[in-house]
Write a protein of this length. Structure first.
Length: 447
């Protein structure tokens, strides 16, 4: 059993309130190089070969906080009577205390946004990580030993309709020291760039876990592209097995592969929005006309309301229906992958977009299938699955879980490059997604 002293020495974690000794002072501004990297709400700088600093706070948050801070000051002064109000005499006895309380709340939130800062300093020479919080002046700091971390993990936190995907960067600790999250950025390219700098500084592997299958990059592979990593391995890529039936058209071209994925095509469900809109007009329209006649509503007012209803329930659904029909007939996705580049063409109803990525900019390739989503759902619904013993069957997911997974479309093939991510083949069968992934990977490797 480890003693309390040995655990403290192993993890070397402490929380120091300002006023205590700080083993890692902040670097002087004269030493800061010109390689300042700014990301969303964060800036990081490689101060030297053995020191990196991450700064959070400021920027747009300061401007946003100023509005709260100004509103809080105004409400507080109004509650104290320093700013005259027209209805001050008719205000209840609790009105001014309420204004003061609201003003203090607004000023506190705004002050935190304006004046709060976070500084994270990693010094490989000293083997320390220091995270310090500022609110006008230093108020708190945490310290860790870098030798307690075994890898840097770049993960994915999926967003929803109101929030984007984020990419947390976590230093993975050993069995004793906890994991430490350094940043949760909204840009894949910027987050990966910072994760590479951290892995190089700490001389540990980088675990790229932003998709279903984790990729572990050793020190010599951090700056390499996917093609360089494949070409550097002794064994080549496996020959992909072609499924019996394919929705896509796959053609071998000189030096690569051409893949054309057709659109979803026409579905009778496209008529549903138009049918609902026409039903609303037919059901409520006569009633409105009768109401206008009974109340003798002026003709211009009648025309305004009828025109608004016609646009809302007639023209807009009709335009969407026509767009969906054109999209079903014209849409396709075309991928041309060679050892030099990957070109992705997406044809929609009215426009076409073309994205070209040099092979040297592609850092990883992965795929996401419906079965992978089912495994993730099982892992989050209960305990992690254990390996079945010899002669036993693996655990079978419940039917309701299978039904929910069928409603969710797979992401398809995911292409990760140095500035972001893109995907194609969403909703295709699992075997076809796996086959397209293998073909594109083989074409990019040049083997």
């Amino acid at each position: 059993m480890l003693s309390r002293k040995s655990i403290t020495e192993k993890c070397a974690f402490s929380v120091i309130l300002e006023g205590g000794d700080d083993p890692v002072p902040f670097q002087d501004s004269k030493r800061m190089s010109s390689s300042l990297r700014k990301t969303s709400g964060m800036a990081f700088e490689r101060i030297s070969g053995d020191c990196l600093e991450i700064r959070e706070g400021g920027g747009c948050l300061t401007l946003f906080g100023l509005l709260f801070f100004a509103a809080g000051i105004f409400l507080t002064l109004a509650g104290l009577g320093l700013i005259p109000l027209e209805n001050a005499q008719s205000m209840d006895w609790w009105g001014k205390p309420l204004l003061i309380a609201m003003g203090l709340a607004f000023a506190s939130v705004g002050g935190c946004l304006v004046f709060s800062r976070t500084r994270i300093t990693l010094d490989a020479a000293r083997g320390t990580l220091t995270r310090r919080w500022w609110l006008i002046m230093p108020i708190k700091s945490e310290n860790f030993r870098l030798e307690s971390f075994r890898s840097v993990e770049l993960g994915l936190s999926s967003g929803d309709s109101d929030s984007p995907d984020t990419y947390p960067i976590v230093l993975k600790g050993d069995a004793i020291c906890p994991d430490v999250q350094l940043k949760n950025g909204s840009s894949y390219g910027e987050s990966r760039q910072l994760a590479v700098h951290l892995a190089e500084l700490l001389r540990v592997p980088l675990e790229e876990a932003t998709s279903d299958h984790k990729t572990v990059l050793e020190s010599g592979e951090l700056r390499q592209s996917l093609a360089e990593r494949i070409q550097g391995r002794m064994s080549g890529t496996e020959e992909p097995t072609r499924p019996v039936s394919l929705r896509s058209r796959v053609e071998m071209i000189p030096g690569g592969v051409l893949i054309r994925i057709p659109g979803d095509g026409f579905k009778w469900t496209l008529l549903l929005p138009v049918a609902i809109s026409v039903g609303v007009l037919l059901y409520f329209g006569p009633g409105f006309l009768e109401f206008f006649d009974r109340t003798r509503t002026p003709v211009p007012v009648q025309m305004f309301f009828l025109g608004f209803a016609l646009i809302l329930f007639g023209l807009i659904p009709l335009f969407r229906f026509i767009s969906n029909i054109v999209n079903a007939l014209r849409s396709y996705t075309e991928i041309i992958a060679t050892s030099q580049e990957l070109r992705l063409t997406q044809q929609g109803a009215w426009k076409k977009s073309v994205t070209t990525l040099p092979a040297g900019e592609i850092v990883d390739l992965d795929y996401s299938t419906a079965s992978g989503l089912l495994e993730k759902a099982m892992d989050s619904a209960g305990s992690p699955p254990r390996r079945p013993h010899l002669g036993t069957q693996p655990p079978v997911p419940p039917r309701w879980l299978k039904a929910l997974v069928r409603l969710n479309r797979s992401t398809g093939v995911i292409v990760k490059h140095r500035t972001g991510r893109l995907a194609f083949g969403a909703g295709l069968p699992d075997e076809e997604v796996t086959y397209l992934y293998a073909e594109v990977k083989r074409a990019l490797s040049g083997k």
